[in-house]
Design a protein. Structure first.
Length: 124
């Protein structure tokens, strides 16, 4: 997948997704925005190739996806697997959480994000 970020053709869709964000995404966004995670800039509803990902940090090439109920339908699972594969082929790191992770264990979600960020900034 070529690294084509935020294609103009997807601008209205990205804006719509930001304006209609599910509650779980809003909760996580409050923790990611404003350089709160090790001074890194995160973007929400960010275009990568033909995909729009929930959150993206270009400095460490980290994608964070939040899965709602629709992601558990058979077709959605196949689409998610294909999406994961395409993003991985572009050497992007991917973290995937579901709504319940955000609602019930935001501290655990943030701990995992910090772990990946720290490993990316300080590779051993």
């Amino acid at each position: 997948m070529p690294h084509l970020f935020n294609k103009p053709i997807h601008k209205q869709l990205r804006q719509k997704l930001r304006n209609e964000s599910p509650q779980a995404e809003i909760i996580l966004w409050r923790k990611l925005r404003g350089l709160q995670i090790r001074g890194l800039k995160f973007h929400r509803q960010y275009g990568i190739g033909s995909y729009i990902v929930d959150f993206y940090c270009p400095e460490i090439e980290l994608v964070i996806e939040i899965d709602g109920d629709t992601h558990y339908q058979p077709d959605a699972k196949m689409n998610d697997e294909l999406r994961n594969k395409k993003l991985a082929e572009s050497n992007l790191k991917l973290l995937r959480f579901d709504n319940n992770d955000i609602y019930r264990n935001i501290r655990g979600v943030l701990d995992k994000i910090y772990e990946v960020v720290n490993n990316s900034l300080n590779p051993s």
